[in-house]
Write a protein that binds this ligand. Structure first.
Ligand SMILES: NC(=O)c1ccc[n+]([C@@H]2O[C@H](COP(=O)([O-])OP(=O)(O)OC[C@H]3O[C@@H](n4cnc5c(N)ncnc54)[C@H](O)[C@@H]3O)[C@@H](O)[C@H]2O)c1
Length: 446
């Protein structure tokens, strides 16, 4: 719980920041989000399942390089052994590659199992890891349908083991700043939230090239991608979703083209297609994916216009929360520019972070606070560097170096993981059925 002193300091900050002058001095590039209580004396034994891009990078090489004082990689497993072999070299680890998951757990006895596979398989490894006595660090989303959510929750309750969910986005300084501003209670009682996520024709299109393009793998972008956003809303509001209504369509990628190929490398339309992407330019991707295609037939540069793509690229969602707040959320994945626009509408004013094209090049973010009957005030907050805007380092520090007091409640447990995933699951169930979906009809978290 926040203490009175920090509340007063936040009030002072906001009063001064309304003049637009002090905020940058308060949130500096180096100010830590968390006061680390202590460094672990014993190294955590870590086994990794899923040695793709995220597994071998953020959870693999970076742990080996930057956290070797507190963590030791003890085992690697991937369904594609060739990929695991390249990942081992890339990660510069001595950890053995195992032919199956359970053998790895039995022989290496890890403290943590990191799960970074394709989304729809997270739950099975999380459940098995807990049953075998390990704690779990699961990449988001923790699960892609309601049955998976229930299975992972039940295993957690039965075994008492914990699941930390990889909500690195909470650790993005801009998200923390928003949390701090909300904790300062400046805009009165929050009645509604607007959250618009824009993905551009590079980043947005990339989901349609990859395994994410199929609902059976990703639970659609409403789960794979929006799990970050729904988690942020739940965390910012400290509330649970109750009911979800959604619409979705595939209006740009997939079937919506009069030409297509199998993959960019061999495509007859490569000279004319604006979505042509040349994977051969990326040595790491060639080794991680192309050289391993003979094992599983997975093309990392598959055509964004494949006819069987079954996820949506335009999604609109309304969520009702247990504190009465209404969320209006949308995600569009085919836009000329990228970035979120978030606004909190309160009884005394509106706090908003609106994306401006070109903003990524600046070393600060701008927020706008408009109190009722007053002029808008803008203020600037300095950026941090590092993967995902400093967020990747933030979450690893929290897990491996201790969470300290965690004043911003950055720690995301299994409940948080499920509450965000289930919001997206409820959204695609609503699209499927054309009806509002109650969260309580999907999951029982007792
Ligand atoms: N938090 C973030 O910001 C962030 C960013 C990127 C990816 N991710 C998450 O990380 C995970 C991996 O994504 P990626 O981009 O590395 O994808 P990827 O395709 O590079 O890697 C996925 C790996 O999982 C393996 N795999 C698939 N099915 C498996 C199974 N049944 N058992 C074992 N291994 C299996 C694949 O062979 C592959 O090596 C996803 O869940 C994704 O949502 C999170």
């Amino acid at each position: 719980m926040e203490n009175q002193e920090s509340k007063i300091n936040r009030r002072k900050f906001l009063e001064k920041s309304a003049t637009g002058t002090l905020a940058a001095a308060v949130f500096t590039a180096s100010s830590p989000a968390i006061a680390f209580s202590s460094f672990s004396k014993n190294k955590k034994r870590v086994a990794l399942v899923g040695t793709g891009s995220r597994g071998s990078g953020m959870w693999g090489r970076q742990i080996v390089e930057d956290y070797s004082d507190v963590a030791e990689m003890v085992g690697l497993y991937d369904i594609n052994k060739k990929r695991a072999e390249y990942a081992k070299t890339y990660m510069k680890t001595d950890a053995n590659i195992f032919p199956d998951f359970e053998k790895m757990i039995k022989e290496t006895r890890p403290d943590y199992v990191i799960v970074a596979t394709v989304d729809s398989h997270h739950w099975e490894y999380a459940v098995r890891a807990m049953e075998m006595g390990c704690d779990v660090i699961s990449e988001k989303p923790v699960a892609t349908d309601e049955k998976q959510c229930q299975a992972i929750w039940d295993a957690h309750k039965k075994t008492g083991k914990k699941v930390i969910v990889g909500f690195n986005a909470r650790h993005n300084p801009r998200r923390i700043e928003m949390k701090e501003l909300l904790m300062a209670d400046k805009i009165g009682k929050i009645i509604s939230v607007d959250f618009l996520e824009y993905l551009n024709v590079y980043h947005g299109a990339s989901y349609f090239r990859r395994w994410h393009a199929y609902k059976k793998n990703s639970g659609t972008l409403l789960v794979h991608k929006s799990t970050h956003h729904f988690d942020q809303i739940n965390w910012w509001l400290e509330a649970d979703p109750v009911e979800v209504t959604a619409y979705g369509q595939l209006g740009h990628y997939g079937k919506n083209s009069d030409f297509r190929g199998e993959k960019c490398r061999t495509c007859p339309h490569k000279d004319s297609c604006s979505f042509y992407w040349d994977i051969t330019q990326y040595e790491h991707y060639m080794k991680l994916y192309v050289n391993c295609e003979d094992v599983d037939g997975y093309f990392r540069d598959a055509c964004v216009f494949r006819k069987d793509i079954d996820i949506y690229d335009a999604m609109s969602v309304i969520v009702k929360y247990n504190n009465g707040v209404q969320l209006t959320y949308s995600l569009n994945a085919f836009l000329p520019f990228e970035g979120p626009a978030v606004a909190f509408n309160g009884t005394e004013g509106r706090l908003e972070k609106t994306f401006e094209p070109g903003e990524w090049e600046k070393d600060y973010s701008e927020y706008r606070l408009t109190m009722n009957f007053e002029q808008p005030q803008t203020f600037k907050v300095k950026r941090r560097t590092g993967g995902h805007g400093g967020a990747d380092i933030g979450i690893k520090n929290m897990i491996f170096r201790g969470i300290g007091d965690d004043p911003y409640k950055l720690h995301a447990d299994l409940r948080a993981g499920i509450m965000s995933a289930i919001t997206g699951i409820a959204a695609y169930r609503s699209i499927e059925t054309g009806k509002p979906v109650k969260i309580a009809d999907l999951i029982n978290l007792t």
